[in-house]
Design a protein around this ligand. Structure first.
Ligand code: 4NP
Length: 162
């Protein structure tokens, strides 16, 4: 069974597609793609159907990472389907916890609680800021994604007996 991970921000055009794309790249580099099913979504619906923000895509491309997918809003079914739901900021986490059925709330975590440099912090929203904000997001999601990936154990390989 793959580990199913959903990354969530407000618009699903900047931070969560970046977190998803970067995590997918980290997973690929370790040859672990079969272990994960990844997606991203937004708590808001303003950008539904749009590709990731062009500024975010450019910044990612400069690091050899292609951001794909179209923005969608979080649905009730997501709480069932995913094993881990990472909120990019505390407001996203509050909204997710409000929408999650009580028995699924444990799946909702603040993404940067896995960032040893700044646990409890938000991934800053780069939407209204300058170009530096997008690179900053990529640095944060790379560092934090690597920490999350390292914390999810490899499945035990077949023993090779018989
Ligand atoms: P994201 O960034 O949540 O990282 O996708 C935003 C995108 C759009 C808006 C806010 C944040 N907006 O207000 O339209």
């Amino acid at each position: 069974m793959p580990t199913r991970i959903l990354f969530v921000c407000l618009g699903n055009i900047c931070r969560s597609p970046a977190a998803e794309g970067v995590f997918a790249t980290l997973v690929e580099r370790e040859g672990r793609s079969a272990e994960f099913e990844l997606d991203s979504a937004g708590t808001g619906a303003w950008h539904v159907g749009e590709p990731p923000d062009a500024r975010m895509r450019r910044a990612a491309e400069a690091r050899g990472i292609t951001l794909t997918g179209r923005a969608r809003q979080v649905t009730a079914a997501d709480f069932d389907r995913f094993d881990l739901i990472f909120a990019m900021d505390r407001q996203n986490r509050t909204e997710l916890l409000e929408r999650a059925p009580p028995d699924q709330r444990h799946k909702v975590q603040l993404f940067r609680d896995h960032d040893a440099d700044a646990p409890g912090e938000d991934v800053p929203d780069p939407y209204y800021g300058g170009a530096d904000g997008f690179d900053d997001v990529l640095d944060i999601v790379t560092r934090t994604g690597a920490s999350i990936l390292a914390s999810i154990r490899h499945p035990v390989p077949p023993s090779g007996h018989d």
